[in-house]
Unconditional design. Structure first.
Length: 99
């Protein structure tokens, strides 16, 4: 009986590893129109598959709005809205000055 449970447990573990797959990465752009007020931002309506793409689109949007001298952006990885805190929570957040 114990041997059967052990075999079932090992099989479930192996199958979970095979079909679990890799977590998809989604980057979200947050554009801050002024450097002084970091509570006000515009969130991109779409997500990006890479950090480079997020940065590129953010820079273009800031240029289109003619805010190069006063605005900045951040790119967040796998962001979700947290109801309790009433804000976006991201696994990682990189600003326009991060490499």
């Amino acid at each position: 009986m114990l041997k059967n449970l052990l075999l079932i447990g090992c099989a479930a573990f192996l199958l979970n590893g095979c079909f679990g797959g890799e977590k998809e990465t989604k980057w979200t752009a947050f554009i801050y129109p002024t450097k002084e007020d970091t509570k006000k931002y515009v969130k991109s309506p779409m997500t990006f598959s890479s950090l480079e793409e997020c940065k590129k689109v953010s820079i273009l949007e800031i240029q289109n709005q003619k805010l190069e001298n006063i605005a900045f952006f951040k790119c967040g990885l796998n962001c979700t809205f947290h109801e309790g805190m009433k804000t976006e929570v991201c696994e990682q957040m990189l600003s326009s000055t991060d490499k």
